[in-house]
Structures are given as structure tokens and as C-alpha cells.
Write a protein that binds this ligand. Structure first.
Ligand SMILES: [Zn+2]
Length: 549
């Protein structure tokens, strides 16, 4: 007698094989039969008209803090995700000494778009080291399977304290960091993550610690993966990080290198393809590199209180440490505004915001006539420069005006090429971070609904592969990501005729009643993790510690 039998589903095996109609039987948390199952089960589901695929592996999340107060990992489970990789970009909360907790939380506030109050109220500091953090996650359980990166910024802060955001590391400090990375890999971390991106700043505009690392430090730390004989290296790349250097790291460490965040940028439309082609060429030379790309347009809600949209601009830096009236008078300052205009007029390899004022709209304002209109439109009507128009509106409303900017990855023909590129991996949901700016936790449903059904850019089989066995093989996640007898029963049952992510909305369920954005799931009929159906309460997820070599 099996636990579960799903009958008559369109089976997408996650490996890209042609879809077939059939049954799938589960017992003891594992898939037992796929195809024709003449068996009986305690629960039988007639899935006529529905499709069944392996659960989605979300390989780029930031649930490290949220998992402390929300082991349900909302909203990912309802959006078809069954495994989440946390600790991307090097932004982890372990390791952390008691004395550095405030510093680590302050670093996370800006970069994760989460208030310090939320972090203070929500994080349970029952660990100091990465192995202790892993043990705690395992003890407490979660809705999803979780794999954890050893994060560079936290490790740097652990070893260097406040100096981590100010200077290069000494040889002795690099040695201490190496010990921590090795210890983490032996305890079951999935790899080592970092960021060199200028968009990644902590509170007060200080760069995230990993941005202060030189190539020597990166070489040494990625080298630990070779010593450990396992693990992947993931990096969110700033413009100054050369692909040739990353290829060298892949060659020296012999480990896979994941390069984020490869988004299409309309002011430098060739850049993402140059990166992907360079990765493909490196693959031809036998190096394991992959480009982390997104299937979602990057749209961000923001207020001028915390305008992530502009904070990567060189000319914005003088405003970053300022607060209150000093900050407001900087926003009024003509020289400050002129410097921004000058910077935006220059070409750049990568820039989050590129002066496309027709793509910045007013979402919430005391001036109702302004809502839903673009800054370009409002500026034209008032005979003003767009930057002046936006800043003046925000200043009039004590910086409460909510804007939305469509920043990157919005050219669908280009994104289609990115998604089809052999060197790309579908990624970058950033679930658990930027909670008030955007939420792409439903990226998998968007791939299935928009790119498969609406646009026909990918087949259903290929989309299912890219959400499951592809990331599983890159990360060395074993016995998941495919509908195969013996594999763990991580499953997503959905209606291919309606599957989609719904419109985003604001909910107030963070600790202290703080808001975040979310999107509802459409067409999802059931999600199982290790054979257990997710219902909001169940916590069947496993902490993943064993990864293939
Ligand atoms: Zn990230």
C-alpha cells in the first residue's frame, strides 16, 4: 500500500523528456513508480488535465533571517518551490559573535530591504558558527528543503569586526577565513558565496564587507572548495570583476562558478550576451561556469527614504550616510542633482537605473492626479526636469510617496534570448530579500505561465527542466529535481492552462506588522515536499548537507 497515488497527470520528468500521461506513486517520502502504476494507495488524486513536475528549486534566495521567525518560508511553498538555496551573495547571519549581532543586522537592513526592527524582533541568536546554524535549522525544521551557503560578508565580519567594511584583509585574517569556509563545507554548506556588486551596501551606505576583498582573498577562499572536494562558488558580480578572473577561479578550484546577476540592461543591451557568450566559451574549455539569469522584469517599488534604485550610483553616495533634515537638504541640493544627471548621461557596463523616467511611475501619493503616471509624463506637464519633478514630489510629501521603477530585464525579445542561452541558469528570485521593493518568489510560475504558455519561448518540458534538474545538477543536489523512482517526492501539481503568478500586493505580516510584497499563485493544485503535502503548517523540509562531488 502506497501513501499517495497521482493518476492521469501530464508527467514532466524535469529532465526534458517529452511529456507523457501517466501515474506516480509515493511512499515513505520517495517516488516509487512513475508511468503506469497499478497500485493502491491511502490517498489517490485524479489529475486529469493537470501537469505534474518535480518541485521547483529556487537557487537564489535570502531566507537566512526569515527562516528564524517563519520556518514556513512564505511565500515560496505556495508558489511551487520545494527546495531553497539560502545565503546567496554572501549575506548570511552566521557566523556571528554576540558582540557583532547589531553590526551584522545593520549590514543586512539596507541590502535586504528589511528594517532593523524586523531583524531585531525576528532573529533568534541560538548559534555562533556556521555548523551551529546548520544544526539549529535542522532541529527546528522548515517547510522546504534548504541548502545553505557559507557567506563571505558574515565570515569577513566575524574575522575582522568593523574593519571588514573598510579595508583589505591581512594574510593572517585570510587564513582565519579559510578555516571557517572549510569548517562550513565539512559541516554541509552547499558552497561559498560573495558579492562585488556596487549595488550592495549596508546601513549608512557602507559597502558590504565582501566588496573590500581583493583577488588574492577570493582566490584563497574559493580554493577551500578544492580542498573540501565539494561545493559551488557563487558571486554577484560588479562591473570591475573580470570574467577571465572568474574562469581562473573555476580552473584552480575545479568547482562550479555561478555568476549573478546577469540581467538585460537596455542602455548597454549587448553586455549580458557578452557575459553569457564568454561563459559558454569557458565551458568549451572545460570550465564549469554558469550565468544566473532572471525570467522576471526587475521592477522595484521604493520611497525616497530608502531608494535602492539609486543607491548604486556614484553620485548618490554623498546622500547615503545622511538622515533626517541633512538628507532632505541633500536631495534639494542643485550640485547633487546635477551630478546625478551627468552620471546618468554617461554609458555604463551595468547600472540598475539608467534615467528611463518613462519607466518610473507614481504608485501612492497624496496627489491623486499623480498616481499611475510616469515621472517623464509629470515632468513634461510641469515643464520640469524629471529628476527635479520626482524629488520635489517626494519632498512635498515628507518622502512618503511610493514610486515603482521598471529597471532591467523588461525587453522581452532580449530576455527570450537570455533564457534560451546554453550558459544561462534560471535564478535570481531574491526571495526573502528586498521585501518592500519587489517579490519574484513566483518566478517558476511566471516561467511556466508567461514564457511557455503566453509567449511559447520555451517548451513546457524545457521550462520544467530549467526549474528542477538543471539547478540540481549545478549545485550537486542529489536525488531531487526529477520524477524518477527512488528520488525524493518533491512534487508540483499544476494546471498548465492557467498557471501564473498573480499581481503583486502588499501584506503586513513581518515581525512588528511591517509590510512586504507578495504575489498569489494561480493554477497550483498541490505541492509536496518529501512526500508530505504543504498546507501552511507542515514542516517536511530537510536540511541538505550531502552534495555530489
Ligand atoms: Zn542576492
Amino acid at each position: 500500500m502506497h501513501d499517495l497515488l497521482i493518476r492521469n497527470a501530464l508527467l514532466l520528468d524535469g529532465l526534458g523528456s517529452p511529456a507523457v500521461r501517466g501515474d506516480l506513486a509515493v511512499s515513505g517520502g520517495r517516488i516509487r513508480e512513475v508511468g503506469k502504476a497499478n497500485v493502491s494507495a491511502r490517498e489517490t488524486i485524479d489529475a486529469d488535465g493537470l501537469a505534474l513536475m518535480p518541485g521547483i528549486i529556487d537557487n537564489h534566495t535570502h531566507y537566512d533571517a526569515q527562516i528564524m521567525w517563519d520556518p514556513g518560508l512564505a511565500p515560496s511553498p505556495q508558489l511551487g518551490v520545494t527546495t531553497a538555496v539560502i545565503g546567496n551573495c554572501g549575506f548570511t547571519i552566521a557566523p556571528c559573535r554576540a558582540a557583532d549581532r547589531e553590526l551584522v543586522m545593520r549590514n543586512l537592513t539596507q541590502v535586504e530591504g528589511m528594517s532593523l526592527e524586523v531583524l531585531r524582533a525576528g532573529i533568534r541568536w541560538e548559534f555562533e558558527t556556521i555548523p551551529q546554524y546548520l544544526d539549529m535549522l535542522e532541529r527546528r525544521g522548515a517547510a522546504l528543503n534548504v541548502a545553505v551557503f557559507a557567506g563571505h560578508s558574515a565570515i569577513r565580519t566575524y574575522v575582522m569586526g568593523e574593519a571588514a567594511t573598510r579595508r583589505a584583509a591581512t594574510d593572517a585574517e585570510i587564513d582565519s577565513m579559510k578555516k571557517i569556509v572549510l569548517e562550513a563545507m565539512r559541516a554541509g554548506a552547499v558552497g561559498f558565496s560573495t558579492s562585488t556588486s556596487p549595488a550592495h551596501n549596508g546601513e549608512g551606505g557602507l559597502p558590504m564587507p565582501s566588496r573590500l576583498a581583493d583577488e588574492n582573498e577570493l582566490c584563497a577562499l574559493v580554493g577551500c572548495l578544492k580542498d573540501a572536494g565539494r561545493g559551488v562558488f557563487m558571486l554577484t558580480k560588479g562591473g570591475q570583476t573580470r570574467l577571465a578572473f572568474l574562469e581562473e577561479l573555476a580552473a584552480q578550484s575545479t568547482r562550479p562558478v555561478i555568476i549573478a546577476a546577469l540581467l538585460h540592461n537596455s542602455t548597454n543591451p549587448g553586455a549580458v550576451f557578452q557575459d553569457l557568450d564568454a561563459i559558454r566559451d569557458a565551458n568549451a574549455r572545460g570550465r564549469r561556469l554558469v550565468g544566473a539569469v532572471s525570467c522576471c522584469p526587475l521592477a522595484m517599488d521604493f520611497t525616497l527614504r530608502s531608494p535602492y534604485t539609486f543607491e548604486g550610483l556614484e553620485s548618490w553616495q554623498p546622500a547615503l550616510p545622511l538622515k533626517g533634515d541633512a538628507y532632505k537638504s541633500k536631495l534639494r541640493d542643485r550640485a547633487f542633482r546635477d551630478a546625478i544627471r551627468t552620471e546618468l548621461a554617461k554609458p555604463a557596463h551595468f547600472r540598475l537605473f539608467n534615467g528611463e523616467w518613462d519607466k518610473v511611475t507614481v504608485v501612492e501619493s497624496a496627489r491623486e492626479d499623480a498616481e499611475q503616471r510616469s515621472i517623464a509624463e509629470l515632468a513634461r506637464a510641469a515643464g520640469k526636469d524629471p529628476l527635479d519633478a520626482m524629488l520635489e514630489l517626494a519632498l512635498e510629501e515628507d518622502l512618503d510617496t511610493v514610486f515603482s521603477a521598471l529597471l532591467l530585464n523588461s525587453d522581452e525579445a532580449a530576455v527570450a534570448r537570455v533564457l534560451r542561452h546554453p550558459a544561462s541558469m534560471v535564478s535570481l528570485s531574491d526571495a526573502g530579500a528586498h521585501l518592500t521593493f519587489f517579490n519574484d518568489a513566483g518566478f517558476g510560475l511566471h516561467l511556466l505561465g508567461h514564457w511557455v504558455r503566453a509567449l511559447g519561448v520555451l517548451t513546457l518540458e524545457e521550462a520544467a527542466r530549467r526549474l528542477t534538474s538543471h539547478p540540481a545538477s549545478v549545485f550537486g543536489i542529489e536525488e531531487r529535481g526529477a520524477l524518477k523512482a527512488g528520488y525524493h517526492a518533491d512534487l508540483l501539481l499544476f494546471d498548465p492552462a492557467t498557471v501564473a503568478r498573480g499581481p503583486r500586493k502588499r501584506v503586513f505580516d513581518l515581525p512588528g506588522g511591517h509590510p512586504r510584497l507578495t504575489t498569489p499563485a494561480i493554477g497550483v493544485e498541490g505541492v509536496w515536499v518529501n512526500g508530505v503535502r504543504l498546507d501552511g503548517e507542515s514542516r517536511p523540509g530537510q536540511l541538505l548537507r550531502d552534495f555530489s562531488q
